[in-house]
Design a protein around this ligand. Structure first.
Ligand SMILES: CC(C)(COP(=O)(O)OP(=O)(O)OC[C@H]1O[C@@H](n2cnc3c(N)ncnc32)[C@H](O)[C@@H]1OP(=O)(O)O)[C@@H](O)C(=O)NCCC(=O)NCCS
Length: 175
């Protein structure tokens, strides 16, 4: 099982880091475009104000959050989460680990951070979408405690792939 890596720190993003988040987000959408519904071509056109506002809200951590996995100054990975309309549920989004840092348990640590945040704000369940063909991510989520709900939807307009809905009671993700 992937154990926490002592060299890796997981922390919430800070408001002044919006430019770095923009760079990281664009990189993940460009390099791993198959695994994300959001398109690089759309995000690259967003004005600075959009990034600034999103990061400010995530840094405040009330209804959304964004965690950074760091080793020294290097960002090894990121994950976001937000409270759904049903406040008992949090949706995990934007999971990504730098290819050079994969296989070290970074994503597993990021899931634990989202779970602790979920618990701290009184929500009970974490849900997410994963592309049916994304074997590494599906294995990651299943090892972490998520289970398929049976819901399945087209991955995004104009694409033939499907995404699955996975969910877990928050307590199952903290082990
Ligand atoms: C999926 C991803 C986040 C995994 O990150 P990671 O830091 O390498 O994952 P971890 O090291 O924390 O691995 C956790 C578990 O997932 C499994 N896993 C991770 N990568 C895997 C792979 N390529 N093949 C099979 N299993 C894999 C591991 O077996 C591990 O389980 P175990 O150690 O308990 O056996 C990373 O590959 C990535 O960023 N991919 C591209 C973006 C993406 O797909 N994001 C998810 C969108 S839903």
């Amino acid at each position: 099982m992937a154990e926490p890596d002592a060299a890796v720190t997981i922390r919430p993003i800070r408001p002044d880091e919006w430019r770095r988040w923009r760079e990281t987000r664009l990189r993940m959408l460009r390099d791993d475009s198959d695994f994300f519904a959001t398109r690089y071509d759309d995000m690259v056109r967003e004005p600075d104000a959009t990034w600034r506002e999103w990061v400010a809200e995530a840094a405040a951590g009330e209804d959304k959050t964004l965690f950074i996995a760091e080793d020294g100054d290097a960002w090894l990975g990121v994950v976001g989460a937000f409270v759904r309309i049903n406040a008992r549920e949090v949706q995990l989004i934007s999971m990504w680990v730098d290819p050079e840092a994969r296989g070290r348990g970074v994503a597993r640590d990021l899931i634990r951070a989202v779970a602790a945040w979920t618990l701290g704000r009184g929500s009970a369940r974490v849900v997410l979408f994963v592309q049916e063909a994304n074997t590494p991510a599906r294995r990651l989520y299943e090892r972490a405690g998520f289970r398929v709900t049976g819901d399945r939807a087209p991955a995004s307009a104009g694409r033939s792939a499907f995404k699955l809905v996975l969910a877990a009671p928050v307590a199952d993700l903290l082990t």
